[in-house]
Design a protein around this ligand. Structure first.
Ligand code: TYD
Ligand code: MG
Length: 458
């Protein structure tokens, strides 16, 4: 019998090492290294595997291309993120903080699919059957023909699924609770999560069912799993949002069958998650019109324009190193904008504490938000409100120039639809202009600054 050797695996990033350490060298996390047996897990393969292989048939690229077979679940915001419905024979990971609403969303999706006549199986490893039933009753979904089980052993789950007549959709909630007899590590470790996810992904490919794996990720990435599962599955989406906000955003980060930059917006209510078809109206709902430090950014999320309020607060700092706090945007991008404002436009605000917040819990990654951030900062620093019916978009370059950004017409159309009457932006082509909205174009940031902040010019 082969000698059993132990290895030490980081539960955060999956890195292996030969000895235990308090801190993982790869990802820098503390106390994440756990001892596991090396002849178990993925590298070792299933115990039943034999050494002799069988030649696989090879084919060419020019085969008959077929569109992936999909089934929509009638929850439009979810269908948008999956790229038009669950794909048969694919595995999908839905990650997110505990309590954000993953189980709720997937139960709603399961019920909707089952009501359409699909064979749907929901396996809960976290909750007892009675708990899931209670939730279904609260959501008014108790009559949907979803088949329910509460199980955590992968072999039992696979046997249950094989026993079922061709399931269309299988939901596993959650991947962290699963364990398989094939590996010796304790449940919840990276090896267990990885091996279980692999077995279920294989089941998806073999049976043609769409398998959805739920995974918890904490903010500091302490819980093992989902990150190492990401590369195994066909699609990864993250359910984001602040539990103190009503909004939840489902964001596609990987999708082998569709675009990845789409978001789905939901609102958590008494009756579960409600779709938000017009997110801009929701994000601007409680805007303080006419207050200093607030600018509306006309952004694009995937194929959809989204207007969102950017709030800035510039306040004198008692500290030697002023504080910078950013919620919903990139910290280093803020430093860049501040540097450009100081160096190119003579706006001296760097010695102040600066707080920046994207209202509604949305996270923005578009560089087009630069101009709205700069406008909000200048507005707060001068304590004068920006025009309340104006939107801002444009990318700021290090030279202080404002670069045009893509999809200007879509942004302008959305702004005009929501009652905005002017837009501040970089130069845009004449073919992209719309007559509904007054455009003020700038080629450099200092012109914008001198328009709205004459009194802090040095
Ligand atoms: P849940 O789906 O259990 O989260 P996850 O599976 O991601 O851990 O959602 C739990 C939260 O959602 C909980 O705090 C209560 C809230 N909730 C509602 O506000 N309304 C509802 O109808 C339901 C079912 C849950
Ligand atoms: Mg849950």
């Amino acid at each position: 019998m082969a000698k059993r050797k132990t290895i030490f695996v980081c539960q955060s990033c999956g890195a292996n090492s030969n000895q235990w350490a308090g801190r993982c060298e790869k990802c820098g996390q503390w106390n994440t290294i756990v001892e596991e047996l090396s002849n178990s897990g993925v590298g070792a393969g299933p115990k039943s595997a034999t050494a002799s292989g069988r030649a696989a048939p090879l084919s060419s690229l020019s085969g008959k291309a077929q569109d992936a077979a999909r089934s929509t679940c009638n929850i439009a915001e979810l269908d948008r993120v999956t790229g038009g419905g669950f794909v048969k024979g694919s595995a999908m990971l839905v990650g997110g903080d505990p309590g954000i609403g993953k189980s709720t969303l997937l139960l709603q999706a399961a019920a909707s699919m089952a009501n359409k006549g699909h064979n749907v199986i929901y396996i809960s490893g976290e909750e007892a059957i009675a708990q899931v039933q209670l939730r279904a009753q609260r959501l008014g979904l108790a009559n949907a023909p979803v088949k329910l089980a509460s199980e955590t052993n992968v072999e039992t789950i696979l046997a249950t699924l094989e026993n079922e007549n061709a399931p269309d959709l299988v939901i596993i909630d959650s991947i962290q609770t699963l364990w398989t007899d094939r590996v010796d590590s304790s449940p919840g470790t990276v090896t267990q999560v990885r091996t279980s996810a692999q077995a279920l992904t294989r089941f998806a490919k073999k049976s043609g069912a769409a398998v959805v794996l739920v995974g918890h990720v904490t903010k500091d990435g302490q819980i093992a799993g989902p990150r190492v599962v990401e590369h195994m599955v066909d699609a990864v989406m993250y359910f984001e949002g602040d539990s103190s906000h009503r909004f939840r955003i489902l964001r596609g980060v990987k999708n082998r069958y569709g675009a990845t930059d789409e978001i789905g917006v939901f609102e958590m209510s008494q009756m579960g998650l409600k779709e938000v078809a017009n997110p801009s109206a929701l994000f601007l709902d409680q805007r303080d019109e006419g207050s200093a430090g607030s600018a509306v950014f006309a952004g694009i999320e995937g194929t959809r324009p989204v207007l969102v309020e950017i709030q800035a607060l510039v306040s004198p700092s008692p500290l030697g190193t002023p504080r910078r706090a950013v919620v919903g945007w990139d910290n280093s991008r803020l430093s860049m904008i501040l540097a450009v404002l100081e160096t190119r436009c003579g706006v001296k605000i760097g010695a102040n504490d600066i707080y920046l917040n994207v209202a509604g819990g949305l996270k923005i990654s578009e560089p087009a938000a630069d101009l709205a951030v700069a406008a909000a900062l200048i507005s707060s620093a001068t304590n004068s409100a920006l025009p309340s019916k104006a939107v801002f978009f444009g990318e700021i370059s290090l030279s202080g120039g404002i670069r045009p950004v893509a999809h200007a017409p879509l942004r302008l159309k959305e702004a005009s639809k929501l009652g905005f009457d002017s837009a501040f932006t970089g130069r845009i082509g004449s073919s992209e202009k719309t007559s509904e909205i007054k455009l003020t174009e700038f080629s450099d940031l200092s012109t914008l600054v001198s328009e709205i902040a004459a009194d802090i010019q040095q």
